[in-house]
Design a protein around this ligand. Structure first.
Ligand SMILES: O=C(O)CCC(=O)C(=O)O
Length: 267
């Protein structure tokens, strides 16, 4: 694992991603699937129109709206399990913090196309996007629950700015559209049990098809200014913390929230 750790670190920092095949065993996958499918079925019922018309993901999976106390504890324990923390620690700085979870599925409308983007483009203008990709990053840990076509990524774009083709396609400039193919796109097919780690700010798109249902965990470096993105309800309740084997990820976020709240009340 020590050798692998430096391989993971190098791949992530040079390419912006890496995949570990068959990382989770059948028992781990079946236990995860049980909790996630319970969430997904309830979420779909509650969001019927959105689901039918345009959705391709849901979020806040660890929140209290669709899962009970024990199911949430189980999910928190999966997210911060030894296996996942070993990978988090191999690619991230000293104090990784939990941001959110998302669940990606196929849109109901078969005409809806998968699209290229950097996550930061929804929050920052162009000049700030250029800055943000050079600073602290948010990392996606993606776990497909069923075999899927996976993701398409443009290696190296977690640290470099777009070329003209990439920019025009993802920003839909000069008559281009974000679902067009990119010449440097690399398709990463994924199977249930694989783990894909990739930078949220690299140019990427999910590939629709097969029985896609993938859990994404978003983790950020505590040095980054991301705590405002965290929904309190997605964090473990205080009474859950001693039921979580290694609650570091959540405690780091809770500490950041407390500091942010203290600053607001000082002003
Ligand atoms: O799978 C998808 O549809 C998109 C995934 C994605 O963009 C992300 O995880 O940030």
């Amino acid at each position: 694992m020590v050798e692998n750790r430096s391989q993971f670190y190098n791949s992530y920092h040079e390419q912006g991603y890496f995949v570990i095949r068959d990382y989770f065993n059948a028992a781990e996958m079946s236990s995860l699937r049980e909790v996630i499918l319970k969430f997904h079925e309830s979420w779909k019922k509650d969001n019927e129109v959105f689901y039918q018309e345009e959705a391709f993901n849901s979020s806040l999976i660890t929140g209290s709206q669709y899962l009970g106390y024990d199911e949430r504890v189980k999910l928190f324990n999966f997210i911060s399990s030894k296996k996942i923390m070993a990978i988090v620690d191999s690619v991230m700085a000293a104090n990784p913090a939990f941001m959110n979870t998302q669940l990606f599925f196929n849109p109901v409308n078969p005409l809806q196309k998968d699209f290229w983007h950097r996550d930061c483009q929804y929050d920052y203008d162009i000049e700030d996007q250029k800055r943000v990709i050079q600073e602290t990053q948010v990392v996606h840990f993606r776990i497909p629950l069923f075999d899927e076509l996976g993701m398409e990524l443009v290696p190296g774009t977690h640290k470099r700015w777009d070329n003209d083709e990439e920019f025009d396609v993802r920003q839909e400039e000069k008559g281009r559209i974000s679902s067009e193919n990119l010449s440097c796109g690399k398709k990463i097919k994924l199977a249930a049990g694989d783990l894909l780690v990739f930078s949220a700010d690299m140019i990427h798109r999910g590939l629709y098809g097969l029985d896609r249902l993938a859990l994404d965990m978003l983790i950020f470096d505590s040095e980054g200014d991301y705590v405002d993105y965290v929904d309190d309800d997605c964090l473990p309740e205080t009474s859950m913390l001693d039921k979580i084997d290694d609650p570091r990820l959540f405690i780091n976020t809770i500490d950041l929230k407390m500091k942010a709240n203290a600053l607001v009340s000082e002003c």
